[in-house]
Write a protein that binds this ligand. Structure first.
Ligand SMILES: Nc1ncnc2c1ncn2[C@@H]1O[C@H](COP(=O)(O)OP(=O)(O)O)[C@@H](O)[C@H]1O
Ligand SMILES: [Mg+2]
Length: 355
């Protein structure tokens, strides 16, 4: 699978631009604010159908425009596929319009069917948040990896999220209006069925990551802190859930913890967030991201596209080498603000963005 080109219109700071990519490595050079991350966001959107950073999707539409259009051409065994995402603010020239449309070869698709035509793995400086920030960031990571590699996961996740919203509303109506508990039965079953699929898939991914080779003498380990959902667990929390007006158990409460494996220095595993140096934390994240790359490849039997957003300046020499090795195996797009950076690479294509 190769991404040949992308055309972007009315997207963030791009009014209209065509990008063509090398089969190997393409380096995008431009000063800060020139749109490097925006370009990767557009590519990610064509892959996953969602942004990796926008909180509201119309954030991606250029300030003065009403419509953002991104279109990419993917080559897959000599067959080309056109992927498109069209975003609006809910109307175009006074007429109501869908806020987001996803198309494959001009045919509208649901999100669950759209997100399998282009697989990407993004490395960015914000990846450090995986170690440092809240559980929701780690759940989003699990979801993005598993959604990209498994249709059934995408379907279960959408069903679970929708079911969760419905069930929470019913819990509130039990509390406020004395609605009968039997209103929950259908949603309990739906959440248990889909939730268990999410849990077992996440366990499988975490096991895979834990089995992947360490990058140097420091060994890391992820500990899955899972919130299981079952009839027993729901029964156990029945009263508290009504009082809280929300579902208190299930994979929407999952987390995982980065640990440094016990070694010579200490006999107990240490939590990376509390005890790791910044360098160790970066290494832990890199270890997970490289495992993500091999997981997607091993599950889908396809090479994902590698997107590296200005990460080299943060890595030390040995880790730069490891990442550079990965760029040789996968189609890669690298962004950098440093015009001299390209000297480190041979035979790459260059795209310049103006400030
Ligand atoms: N919706 C938008 N419309 C127009 N410009 C935007 C929009 N969202 C962000 N930008 C602009 O994009 C620029 C940042 O682009 P970014 O891709 O983060 O730059 P880089 O990664 O090259 O440093 C900022 O100047 C910001 O004003
Ligand atoms: Mg950037």
């Amino acid at each position: 699978m190769l991404l040949q080109k992308v055309r972007i219109q009315g997207f963030r700071n791009f009014s209209e631009k065509l990008f063509e990519f090398s089969d190997g490595t393409t380096i995008v050079v431009g000063p800060n604010g020139s749109g490097k991350t925006n370009l990767l966001e557009a590519i990610y959107l064509l892959s996953v159908g969602k942004s990796f950073k926008a909180r509201v999707e119309d954030e991606m539409i250029s300030y003065k425009k009403g419509l953002a259009h991104t279109k990419g051409r993917v080559l897959y065994n000599d067959i080309s596929t056109d992927l498109e995402v069209v975003l609006t603010r809910g109307e175009i020239s006074g007429e109501r319009a869908p806020k987001k449309r996803l198309l494959v070869n001009n045919t509208p698709k649901r999100l669950v069917d759209f997100a399998s035509n282009l697989r990407v793995v993004l490395f960015s400086p914000e990846d450090l948040d995986l170690v440092l920030e809240s559980p929701s960031i780690r759940r989003r990571f699990l979801d993005s990896v598993l959604s990209q590699s498994d249709y059934e996961y995408r379907r279960s996740l959408l069903a679970y999220e929708k079911g969760l919203r419905r069930r929470n509303r019913i819990l509130i109506s039990i509390r406020e209006e004395g609605a009968p508990r039997t209103h929950l039965t259908f949603w309990d079953k739906l959440l248990i069925k889909n939730g268990n699929y999410l849990t077992s898939s996440r366990q499988k991914l975490i096991d895979f990551i834990n089995d992947s080779p360490s990058l140097n003498e420091t060994e890391f380990n992820l500990e899955y802190d899972l919130s299981g959902i079952s009839e027993e667990r729901l029964a156990q929390y029945a009263r508290e859930e009504v009082a809280a007006g929300m579902t208190l158990v299930g994979p929407h409460r999952d987390d995982f913890i980065f640990k440094v494996k016990p070694g010579k220095a200490s006999r107990r595993g240490r939590e990376l967030v509390a005890y790791g140096s910044r360098g160790e934390q970066r290494m832990g994240v890199l270890w997970v991201k490289l495992a993500e790359l091999s997981y997607i490849k091993s599950e889908t039997k396809e090479d994902p596209l590698l997107l590296l957003d200005d990460i080299f300046s943060e890595l030390d020499k040995s880790h730069r080498k490891i990442v550079k090795l990965a760029t040789k195996k996968f189609q890669t797009i690298i962004t950098t603000a440093d015009p001299h950076f390209i000297k480190n690479f041979k035979g790459v294509e260059k795209i310049e963005l103006k400030g």
